[in-house]
Design a protein around this ligand. Structure first.
Ligand SMILES: [Zn+2]
Length: 221
């Protein structure tokens, strides 16, 4: 699928539409760490807090990894019960940066409406909760905070992004959403989803946001 505009890098957590009921849900990326010693492999294979993965690097060398889904364990690495010698819980902590580096597309989804709580392979921007369609193209945001900044940026008369936390994301917004003729419609649609998220979602959000990105014409910046 060709995506409407560049969506990497992403933050560690996202607001998504629940894959089961369509209501607002929370997605958190899993973190992967290398298993350094062969003797440690059985620990990670048998431990119910980790998934074991056999990976291959670009040269074809195999390496062993342990994957941890913080979203399934209280959204923290502090609940990791035990580790072999030489490993720290922080080996599976998210980086301190706003955006994550490379990593897995896997994570977990948690839905307060239907209590879904499981592993989920992200499909972006199809899973985005904050998405609006305009002239058969999709505009989306990572989460509530970036959606609010996106709305403010679209409606602002100037294009200075220096005061925005999500400025590198705003930088990638295709110009067609920012043009005079688009601003009003786009910002109103965005505002509607923001309000519905803030007031508790309802089914009309799902109805407007339920079109898969693949059905939309895609274009790049
Ligand atoms: Zn749900």
């Amino acid at each position: 699928m060709t995506l409407p505009y560049e969506w990497n890098p992403m933050p560690h957590t996202l607001d998504v539409r629940c894959p089961s009921c369509g209501e607002p849900a929370y997605f958190e990326f899993a973190e992967i760490a290398r298993i350094r010693e062969k003797k440690d492999i059985p620990f990670f294979q048998e431990n119910d807090q980790f998934d074991y993965l056999l990976c291959k690097d670009s040269c074809g060398h195999r390496w062993h990894a342990a994957v941890y889904y913080a979203g399934l364990h209280g959204r923290t690495v502090d609940t990791i019960r035990e580790l072999p010698e030489g490993y720290e819980r922080s080996d599976w902590a998210h980086s301190k940066y706003l955006y994550r580096g490379s990593g897995l597309d896997s994570g977990s989804v948690t839905c307060p409406s239907c209590c879904l709580h499981r592993r989920h392979d992200l499909q972006w921007p199809h899973n985005a909760f904050f998405q609006v369609e305009f002239k058969r193209e999709l505009l989306w945001a990572f989460n509530l905070e970036s959606a609010i900044e996106l709305r403010d940026y679209i409606t602002s008369p100037n294009r200075d992004r220096s005061g925005y936390k999500w400025r590198s994301f705003l930088m990638k917004i295709p110009k067609k959403f920012l043009l005079q003729g688009a601003r009003d419609t786009v910002s109103k649609r965005l505002e509607k989803i923001i309000a519905q998220y803030q007031n508790g979602s309802n089914k009309s959000v799902v109805a407007t946001a339920d079109k898969p990105a693949s059905s939309l014409r895609s274009g790049r910046l």
